[in-house]
Design a binder for this molecule. Structure first.
Ligand SMILES: [Zn+2]
Length: 73
């Protein structure tokens, strides 16, 4: 299966988009916008800032999703 590792994260404050590489098994819970210096955290229910603000879910969540489909959880 293909896990998306590079994604675009968008600052909810100023709308600046940055292409970032997501770490494999680490949930990144703080992201600092390089443009406006706003520090933001995941929305409630999301494991990391990528799930909340990036175009793709983080690798860990992508893998969990696939496993869930296979096991029909
Ligand atoms: Zn910003």
């Amino acid at each position: 299966m293909v896990v998306v590792k590079e994604t675009k994260i968008k600052c909810p404050n100023c709308g600046n988009e940055e292409t970032v590489e997501m770490p494999d098994y680490v949930c990144v819970r703080i992201y600092k916008c390089p443009q406006c210096d706003e520090v933001f955290k995941p929305k409630e229910g999301d494991c990391c800032v990528y799930c909340s603000y990036a175009e793709d879910d983080c690798p860990a969540k992508q893998l969990n999703k696939d496993r869930g489909d296979q096991l029909k959880l």
